[in-house]
Design a protein around this ligand. Structure first.
Ligand SMILES: [Zn+2]
Length: 220
């Protein structure tokens, strides 16, 4: 299994610059927009796993749970950084873990329904407390607006490659961040392998409600 995390000498400008400069990078949006950022290639067949494990992981990827677990790990990383730094998957089949920039900003919501949870852009003061969805008189104004996560996918990171002009503390801070990002990649691979070793994918039949038209005699 390949390992993404690397040790870097945080006292050495060269060690830190080499690490950042040689780190794998990937597009933050697509190949037309040329923005890039630090990334890890998590394509299953590039992780140094056995063929058996690779097959098993492809099976796992057909379940929603697999992606829910990965998504939770990505969000933990982003939440730890107050969403100023965020980890998301990118690439046609989502095989690349990419470091993004973003922030938490107050949303435009002014009120919410205490019964069904529907959020509303208007204040109870202006539109009354009846909920538009459940019709209950249960809307309330927020005391402070709920926060909203924003991601800047068009913003590349450290594209100037001008590390020589950085202060040492700036280099250290960036190296620590990217190392943490690498450790996230390692945890994601490890978690996927653990899942594959301890769980198996089975098929389950679900009943999907369908609408069809029928003829009904006219009465009365
Ligand atoms: Zn409601």
């Amino acid at each position: 299994m390949i390992q993404f995390a690397k040790s870097v000498d945080l006292r050495s400008r060269k060690s830190m610059t080499d690490y950042l400069r040689s780190h794998f990078r990937y597009n933050t949006m697509n190949s037309w927009n040329r923005s890039q950022s630090y990334a890890c290639n998590l394509k299953i067949d590039r992780l140094g796993l056995t063929c058996e494990m690779i097959d098993k992981l492809y099976d796992m990827m057909e379940t929603q749970e697999f992606f829910d677990i990965q998504e939770k790990m990505l969000d933990e990383f982003s939440a730890d950084h107050e969403y100023r730094w965020q980890a998301h998957m990118n690439g046609r089949s989502g095989g690349y873990l990419v470091l993004y920039q973003g922030e938490l900003i107050p949303s435009e919501y002014q009120s919410f329904c205490t019964v069904c949870g529907q959020r509303n852009y208007t204040s109870v003061r202006n539109t009354g407390n009846i909920c538009g969805r459940c019709q209950k008189p249960a809307r309330k104004d927020y005391t402070s607006p709920p926060m909203q996560i924003v991601t800047y996918p068009g913003k590349g990171l450290d594209e100037e490659d001008d590390y020589e002009t950085w202060e040492l503390y700036e280099l250290r801070e960036r190296v620590r961040l990217v190392q943490e990002f690498d450790r996230l990649a390692d945890r994601m691979v490890k978690t996927a392998v653990n899942l594959a070793q301890n769980w198996t994918v089975e098929e389950e039949e679900i009943l999907v409600p369908q609408t069809q038209k029928i003829l009904v005699p006219i009465t009365g």
